[in-house]
Design a protein around this ligand. Structure first.
Ligand SMILES: [Zn+2]
Ligand SMILES: [Zn+2]
Length: 256
């Protein structure tokens, strides 16, 4: 299983892209602005998108992808896996014929280029040799993280956007291994109130949560606010014991 980081920042700027992870050549987790760097062939190959939640930095490029890859998707639709609450937001606020056309009715209702698969936390979806499990997390709206297991043995987990959530760690501990953990830390510890309101981790809340994890995966931090990466990582390094958090970078590839 190959994991490629298309975007991993909590904002925009030169060289920065918002959240999108690509598994092999056909699956995305979230569809932020990182998807805009894919070639036309790569876009045409996407068959599944697993959404963590409906915030714009995670969904912004679904409309453009549906439009750019339209010809390739006729008769070969993209399936978007998402919670009921996320689906409602997409239908009401994005694919409403005003912000963007409803691609679940194009080119016609019988053969649309986008279809939805509603999932709930705890549910697993098997795609070839990959098993993708939705894990509940705590954000400002319905949100999940994902754990992905390859039948070849490798596994990783991605938190999506979250603050402290016991269930996330309990689920990871229920499995026998975890090779890679990508988790968010959007704010510094100077922004405690803001991080609580926005439903994001800061170094001290993340360090406390990491003590609940029984595995020792490679640890990568994502979704930092632009300009705060250095401070977040310095604060985090002073708080976590026995782990070595690294900054997730756009373009990174993991073989799992
Ligand atoms: Zn969010
Ligand atoms: Zn976000």
């Amino acid at each position: 299983m190959k994991l490629r980081v298309l975007g991993c920042t909590g904002g925009i700027g030169p060289g920065m892209r918002t959240t999108a992870l690509m598994i092999d050549n056909d699956v995305l987790i979230d569809c932020g602005s990182g998807v805009g760097d894919l070639t036309q062939d790569e876009q045409n190959g996407i068959r599944h998108i697993f959404l963590t939640h409906a915030h714009l930095d995670h969904i912004a490029f679904i409309p453009f992808l549906a439009d750019s890859a339209f010809e390739a998707l006729v008769g070969n639709p993209i399936t978007i896996h998402l919670q009921p609450e996320t689906l409602e937001i997409l239908q009401k606020h994005i694919f409403n014929w005003q912000v963007w056309p409803d691609f679940t009715r194009l080119p016609n209702e019988k053969n649309p280029v986008i279809q939805y698969n509603v999932i709930n936390p705890g549910q697993q979806v098997k795609l070839g040799n990959r098993l993708i499990e939705a894990i509940p997390v705590t954000h400002t709206q319905a949100a999940v993280g994902y754990r992905v297991q390859s039948s070849e043995g490798g596994s990783f987990a991605f938190s999506g956007d979250t603050k402290s959530t016991d269930q996330f760690w309990a689920t990871l501990n229920n499995h026998s291994s975890l090779d890679l953990l990508i988790i968010e830390c959007a704010y510094t510890d100077h922004e405690e109130v803001l991080s609580q309101i926005a439903g994001h981790h800061r170094p001290s809340s993340l360090a406390e949560d990491l003590r609940k994890l029984q595995h020792n995966p490679d640890l990568y931090i994502t979704h930092h606010k632009p300009g705060e990466e250095g401070q977040i990582m310095r604060q985090l390094a002073g708080l976590v014991e026995g782990r070595t958090p690294k900054v997730l970078k756009r373009g990174q590839i993991f073989e799992l």
